[in-house]
Design a protein around this ligand. Sequence first.
Ligand code: CA
Length: 236
Amino acid sequence: MSQKLLVVEDEISISTLLQFNLEQAGFQVVTAMDGKSGLKKAESVVPDLIILDLMLPEMDGLEVCKELRLKKLNIPILMLTAKDDEFDKVLGLELGADDYMTKPFSPREVVARVKAILRRTAAAGTEFEKQKEEVEHLRIGEVDIYPENYEAYFKEKALELTPKEFELLVYLARHKGRVLSREQLLSAVWNYDFVGDTRIVDVHISHLREKIEANTRKPIYIKTIRGLGYKLEEPQ
Ligand code: CA
């Protein structure tokens, strides 16, 4: 039986986009356009997961979150926020959101996140699964990294990385989307507090690219930001 999702989003274009992509991924999707009707549908449908926009008419996402928890409806919640929303991550998570995403996002990313939360929730039963759940997992495009296990995968195949390549990849991944200077990378990964030879960074970056880029001349993961440094980003 397919899992049921509730999408509470007042922007019809986003709601439609989410519904389409989630249905493609095999989910049943119910939608609501405001906080109040979202809450009602959550109670009547009891979905497996709720994708909840923060800024909603009638009742905002945080209030919906709070109400659901008060009613002891333990449905996992993925919160959507816009970049300029005054969203307090800590508050959102305290009120019971399981994860959150910032707009704009790719539908593929949402689907992946929904699946991850559902896996996590389904796994939360046994002690063994609980331990698994606590393992940090970083995912960028088709790169999966498990820092504690010292494992990284590209297209689900294990990557052969040297320890420094691995640490560099983890550092870039943890700072996804941010431009990092060579000096910053040098001090974070090589623990150089002085200004060392930054070419070592370039060499390792090029090795990483050989392993995760289809075309190292046109990298889609690790971008060179001229004059500044490097940035790991979600491929478009
Ligand atoms: Ca909204």
